[in-house]
Design a protein around this ligand. Structure first.
Ligand code: 13P
Length: 261
């Protein structure tokens, strides 16, 4: 079995100002131990206005969290009012950037082409994309979940090398499970993450497919994380609501301790 270190990511979405960010990161640092960091990578994805503050506290206190972002624009610079470039994020030591989150696709009209440009810009600036995919409830009921997700993965990764794909992260987030309290069953989550890996295998080969890390996202909580994380094709979690409190995010990070009980 390939050795893929799990990645647990907290997507703060549009929550917490920079004062609140500081408090959460400090509380989280008390929850997480050096043992955790040896077996799990952790990334925090605050809003843009918090990133410099979070970077400063992570570096000053040498906290073992990777800094993440939720979005960037694919151009390097120019007349793009309101946007932030990948290069600006990498200067703040951001390591992971979400691309193609369903809220960006649905609320801000990001197309597969824009997501692909963003993925390329993130890699060009030596950060790792977390490429998100997922189906709506209507698509699931119409038996279109697999084709939707495979299509998003093929489009999002278009033009990349197998090495680039192997280095990055994909996140399967069924839209009907986001913020609703409805989690996909661990069997459904596993089978959809297997579709993502198989799509990578068919398009980029075995090495890329065995190396790419695949997260599940959608109402991940401390009590469902152990079972989700025990699935063979699930290598991490992309957490929304439950990452806004140190206690619940800490318990998700320590999912393996529950498993051992
Ligand atoms: P929730 O965990 O709040 O369902 O959000 C999931 C998500 O969208 C993470 O990116």
């Amino acid at each position: 079995m390939p050795d893929r270190k799990p990645l647990i990511s907290g997507n703060w979405k549009m929550n917490l100002n920079h004062f609140e960010a500081l408090k959460l990161v400090q509380e989280l640092s008390y929850q997480v131990s050096t043992d955790d960091i040896e077996v799990v990578d952790i990334s925090l994805h605050p809003p843009f206005t918090d990133i410099r503050t979070v970077q400063t506290v992570l570096e000053a206190d040498r906290l073992p969290f990777h800094l993440g972002a939720q979005h960037c624009y694919h151009e390097d610079s120019g007349a793009f009012t309101g946007e932030v470039s990948a290069g600006m994020l990498s200067k703040l030591n951001v390591s992971y950037v979400l691309a193609g989150h369903s809220e960006r696709r649905e609320v801000f009209g990001e197309s597969d082409e824009m997501v692909n440009l963003k993925v390329k810009a993130i890699l060009k600036n030596e950060m790792l994309p977390i490429l998100c995919c997922g189906e709506t409830l209507e698509e699931r009921e119409a038996d279109e979940a697999e084709s939707k997700v495979a299509g998003q993965i093929v489009a999002g990764l278009s033009g990349l090398s197998p090495e680039q794909v192997g280095s990055m992260v994909c996140a399967y987030e069924p839209i009907w499970a986001i913020g609703t309290g409805k989690t996909a069953s661990s069997e459904d989550a596993q089978s959809m993450c297997a579709v993502v890996r198989q799509t990578v295998r068919e398009n980029f080969g075995d090495e890329a497919a065995d190396a790419v890390r695949i997260q599940y996202g959608g109402s991940v909580k401390p009590d469902n994380a152990p079972e989700l994380m025990s699935q063979p094709d699930i290598d991490g979690a992309l957490v929304g609501g439950a990452c806004l409190e140190a206690e619940s995010f800490g318990r998700i990070i320590q999912y393996r301790l529950v498993e051992a009980e």
